[in-house]
Design a protein around this ligand. Structure first.
Ligand code: NIG
Ligand code: FE
Length: 403
């Protein structure tokens, strides 16, 4: 057993649980022991209870749970700046995809690369995520789109867990796009996903979730339902890219299928908002994507919150639409573009993300939770999203160990 550690003097401790004043603790301290939070409370009480503990002086700083990035596509080969150039000349993201670029450009590239090469490319990207406060990251496959390449990506994602301090959660996204050679027989591709990929992924226990990009131009509601139901039969929990650019009732389908989350939601309808609010599906917002694509259709965060939905913020890190693994920037946009409060943004990027990943043991600083925490060099929590694009981090502890 390790000696307990206590964090004292912080201007604020953000618990990650509440979006009102209960979520901001002043004059408080945290004790951690054996990789878990042992106690959170008034400094005098914690000092008395853990008299022999080593102290970490956090005077003038803010402590939050480690950030949980619940939506990334972090394993890929080359960057796709040529498309950025094309979009600057007026070509739309989905139009580039229809012409065989976009996701399929990454697919062509990934298929040529070895497992070890892709793994080495991903490692510094995960270090960058960590450097902006992320301690748990979800990573999707979806740049393989054939049985072997999808399994290759998921094996890499699982292997990454052994090579980084971050917790890595794998998601199978064989239905990211219809590969070019299946464009005139898409039914065959859906059957490949349901009858071959899903059983193989589940057989090797390579993923926790099954995701689908449901969007006009990608997968229809019927196809999405078939794929997510096949996934569930094999023990993969459903998740969707939903109503990103155009409304297609994807949020409603997420609620109906009891998905873990519905992600993007830039074009969610009122019915979709109500459906998500009544369900356990987390509404995961990915504003960096819209910023990067130069679009203005941000998800209606305020209406989702008012309706009672659980909201998460994630980075969507990928080479096409969000080429930076920075959840702090997502929080900034949550506040600047979607009118979330800084505390709501922090809760969305911690316990919201954890709920979207169905991880009960993190995203909050409460007794029993994993001791994943970030000490920020800021005077108050609003300064975290405010410091747009720069993460003023003093230190990160993961499972109780300083990184
Ligand atoms: O979440 N929308 C679909 N998937 C990604 C983009 C992936 C890519 O363009 O490579 C997203 O934005
Ligand atoms: Fe995505």
């Amino acid at each position: 057993l390790n000696t307990p550690l206590i964090f004292t003097g912080a201007a604020e401790i953000i618990t990650g649980r509440h979006t009102d004043e209960r979520g901001v603790l002043n004059h408080s301290a945290i004790a951690i022991a054996d990789g878990r939070v042992a106690a959170v409370g008034a400094t005098a009480d914690i000092l008395a209870q853990f008299a022999s503990a080593q102290q970490v002086d956090c005077t003038g700083q803010v402590i939050t749970p480690g950030l949980v990035d619940s939506h990334t596509h972090a394993v890929f080969g080359v960057w796709r700046a040529a498309e950025y150039d094309m979009r600057s000349r007026g070509l739309d993201y989905m139009e580039i995809a229809r012409r065989g670029g976009g996701i399929n450009a990454s697919v062509r590239d990934v298929r040529t690369r070895s497992e070890s090469e892709l793994l080495e490319l991903a490692l510094p990207r995960l270090e960058a995520a960590l450097a902006s406060g992320t301690t748990t990251i979800e990573i999707k496959s979806g740049y393989g789109l054939d049985v072997e390449s999808e399994l290759k990506l998921l094996r890499i994602i699982n292997a990454l867990a052994e090579r980084t301090a971050l917790t890595v959660v794998p998601t199978f996204l064989g239905a990211h796009d219809v590969p070019l050679d299946y464009r005139d027989r898409r039914g065959d591709y859906v059957r490949l996903v349901t009858d071959e990929m899903i059983p193989a992924v589940a057989g090797e226990k390579l993923a926790k979730f099954c995701d689908v990009f449901m969007e006009p131009g990608a997968f229809t509601a019927e196809e999405t339902r078939m794929i997510l139901e096949a996934g569930r039969k094999h023990g993969l929990l459903p998740k969707l890219h939903a109503d990103e650019f155009e409304n297609s009732g994807a949020a409603e389908l997420a609620a109906e299928l009891n998905a873990a989350s519905a992600d993007h939601l830039g074009a969610i309808s009122d019915r979709g908002i109500q459906a998500l609010a009544r369900s356990d599906a987390v509404a995961t917002l990915l504003p960096v994507t819209l910023l990067f694509l130069g679009k203005t259709g941000y998800a209606p965060a305020r209406r989702l919150i008012a309706a009672g939905a659980t909201v998460a913020l994630a980075s969507d890190f990928n080479p096409g639409t969000a080429p930076v693994p920075n959840l702090q920037l997502a929080m900034t946009l949550g506040c600047s573009q979607m009118r979330m409060t800084p505390l709501e943004a922090l809760v969305a990027a911690t316990s919201g993300g954890a709920k979207a990943l169905r991880l009960e043991d993190r995203g909050v600083l409460e007794p029993g939770a994993r001791a994943d925490l970030v000490v920020w060099q800021v005077a108050g929590h609003a300064e975290i999203p405010y410091r747009c694009g720069f993460a003023p981090i003093r230190g990160i502890w993961k499972g109780g160990k300083r990184l």
